[in-house]
Design a protein around this ligand. Structure first.
Ligand code: M6R
Length: 615
């Protein structure tokens, strides 16, 4: 949700900022802008819509840009104020000497704005960010010291911010500050960077300092100073970032989403690596600090997450209950925060998040921590805010996910839940040893079975072509694949804008069946040999009797359903309990190809952003 990059150094500043913003564009694409220190001035360029418009604008104005020595850039996902040019960042103050970019939301901006208007500030935008620009400028007019002005200003802000500030009178100094929004300082040679996330800088350096809340960074090309809000210097560790620049290229695929779908076999191998390597050995989860004693004292597990991560959590609930016999509740983070009585010291709270920055989940996790619950975080970003709050951690190692629609992070989360459920079962000794071996054996086979799915996309493409003109879909299943139905429908919704609903197959007859006719396809996920198969098949017959078109997602050993269904998509044979790690793949591809046929912007669907850092 919005992206920030700042740079002071020897390279071409416009190119560095542009590259950084390109690598962050998945976080928001309502508008983009840059402030450059050039010819002793602060020059600001902004455009509405995607980054390409800023590129064109900069090309158009190239004669007026000479040798910038530092700059800050921003891509916006609108929260306060519509997506418009006037609301695009960077924002400035009355005199235009100061430029500021901001991620987050300032909750008390209205009060501050009124005070500043009384002091003579003229506001041009509807944003909360412009308040910070006037506030810092006002403080600077008193202190004549930019660092002090930023410190004094952030003390007055309530809410979340990652801000970068530069001022005409303080050459080539960029000041960054953060609270409840991520920010890092990346260290180079004769150059330094500030960014809201690693992709912005990973092509230049792997050394970074993560700022914590209420820290301020003063950055020039040769120096980095971190202080608290009182100006006391803080010694911080320089960390080596785990990511490779290759993750940010499409590597020949048309879209990041397609590339990330194809990465799933290796992602799963990565998740299993070092945790499950021998069917006779126990699962090893080094960073999960829950022993037999703690497990015995638990009276329940609560899993909190949003979106796709919430769907992984639903499968996780099923697995933990089934394998380890512990009662699990799953709740959307944004709803959990209103539940006063459900969490205490004997509840294990599991937060699931690809980004580790989702504001709803962070708030929920903080609430759980305040109730003394042990907090386990399953995330793709072990460097994230959420991971830093964890008592126990499962890093899912899916690599940077660029496509806004989550795919490989979902399968990585699912596999993590299999490992966690087996780990708990092994501690509690709740599974038969032969079944456990069989489970582990099958789990290890999943990557190569997904490779089989990916080796023949023709049936999925044909299905996509046949159904791309339908306006509504229902995805149904029962048991553990209900999570798949929800996730498959979400994928279709978010990238093709088609109305798709995931529904428990057994609930169809309790209401939604009223909507069924030949215009509403029903996609059913059913795995032969599983405990839900026959009943889902009956529910499909009911749908067929109402003239609904039927799509089956089943396994290769299901031989007698072709006469009932209009299209049958197959995955290799797999036990039902493990099938969600595979059934999600054809549904990701179906959504992808439908969106492709419809000419949608697959990687950057409208109105969305990759990490949602506002509640
Ligand atoms: O980073 P998180 O997993 O916490 O994000 C949660 C959701 O915002 C995210 O899964 C969203 O639903 C994706 N667009 C799904 O594709």
């Amino acid at each position: 949700m919005c992206g920030i990059v700042g740079y002071a150094g020897k390279r071409d500043v416009v190119s560095v900022l542009f590259k950084g913003l390109t690598n962050l564009e998945y976080r928001g694409y309502d508008s983009a802008g840059m402030a450059l220190r050039d010819d002793g001035e602060i020059k600001i360029y902004k455009t509405l819509g995607k980054l390409i418009n800023l590129k064109n604008e900069l090309e158009l104005k190239k004669n007026e840009i000479h040798h910038p020595t530092s700059g800050i850039g921003h891509i916006r996902w609108a929260t306060h104020g519509s997506p418009s040019l006037v609301n695009a960042h960077p924002h400035t103050c009355n005199c235009g000497k100061l430029a500021i970019v901001h991620n987050g939301i300032i909750e008390n901006y209205k009060e501050l704005r009124e005070e500043l208007i009384k002091k003579g500030c003229t506001f041009k935008s509807q944003t909360d960010t412009e308040t910070i620009a006037h506030l810092v400028a006002n403080e600077y007019s008193i202190t004549k010291n930019l660092e002090e002005a930023v410190r004094n200003s952030v003390k007055k802000l309530q809410g979340a911010y990652a801000v970068c500030v530069m001022h005409k009178d303080v050459p080539d100094v960029i000041i960054g500050a953060r609270k409840h929004a991520p920010m890092l300082v990346a260290i180079g040679e004769d150059e330094n960077f500030i960014a809201s996330d690693t992709p912005a800088i990973i092509e230049y350096t792997k050394k970074a300092i993560y700022l914590d809340d209420n820290e301020i960074a003063v950055v020039t090309k040769n120096s980095v100073k971190i202080t608290d809000t009182e100006g006391n210097e803080i010694k911080k560790n320089i960390e080596i970032l785990p990511f490779e620049p290759a993750a940010l290229s499409k590597q020949g695929y048309k879209h990041f989403m397609l590339k990330e779908i194809h990465e799933q076999p290796d992602v799963i191998r990565n998740v299993l690596n070092g945790k499950l390597f021998d069917i006779d050995a126990p699962v090893i989860l080094n960073e999960v600090k829950i022993d037999a004693d703690t497990l015995k004292k638990l009276n329940k597990i609560k899993i909190i997450a949003c979106g796709t991560s919430l769907h992984a959590a639903l499968a996780g609930k099923y697995l933990i209950e089934d394998f380890a016999g512990i009662s699990v509740e799953v709740e959307a983070s944004s709803e959990y925060i209103y539940r006063k009585t459900t969490t205490d010291a004997s509840t294990l709270v599991i937060g699931v998040s690809q980004s580790g920055e989702t504001a709803d989940t962070i708030t929920a996790i903080k609430q759980a921590k305040s109730k003394n619950s042990h907090v386990l975080i399953i995330t793709n970003r072990p460097d994230s805010n959420m991971a830093r709050l964890a008592d126990s951690l499962i890093p899912v190692n899916a690599g940077i996910e660029v496509s806004v629609a989550a795919t490989k992070s979902y399968t990585a989360q699912l596999i993590s839940f299999y490992l966690l459920a087996i780990h708990f079962a092994e501690i509690k000794n709740t599974l038969d040893s032969e079944f456990l071996k069989h489970l582990k054996h099958e789990l290890i086979q999943i990557p190569s079975k997904i490779e089989t799915i990916l080796s023949d996309l023709k049936p999925i493409k044909e299905c996509a072509k046949k159904f791309s003109s339908y306006k509504n879909f229902i995805y149904i299943s029962r048991g553990i694949n209900l999570a798949t139905a929800y996730e498959g429908a979400l994928k279709l919704k978010e990238i093709s804008y088609i109305n798709a609903t995931g529904y428990p197959a057994g609930e169809l007859k309790h209401g939604p069946i009223a909507m069924l006719d030949e215009t509403m396809p029903v996609l059913a996920i059913l795995i032969p040999g599983g405990i839900t198969y026959e009943k889902i098949l009956s529910n499909c017959e009911e749908a067929k009797a109402r003239n609904a078109k039927l799509i089956a997602l089943t396994s290769s050993d299901d031989t007698n359903i072709d006469s009932i269904f209009d299209i049958v998509l197959r995955i290799p044979k797999v036990p039902e309990i493990l099938s969600p790690a595979m059934t999600c793949v054809p549904l990701q591809l179906l959504a992808y190809f439908i969106a492709e046929y419809l000419g949608k912007d697959v990687d950057q669907p409208r109105n969305l952003a990759k990490s949602v850092t506002v509640e």
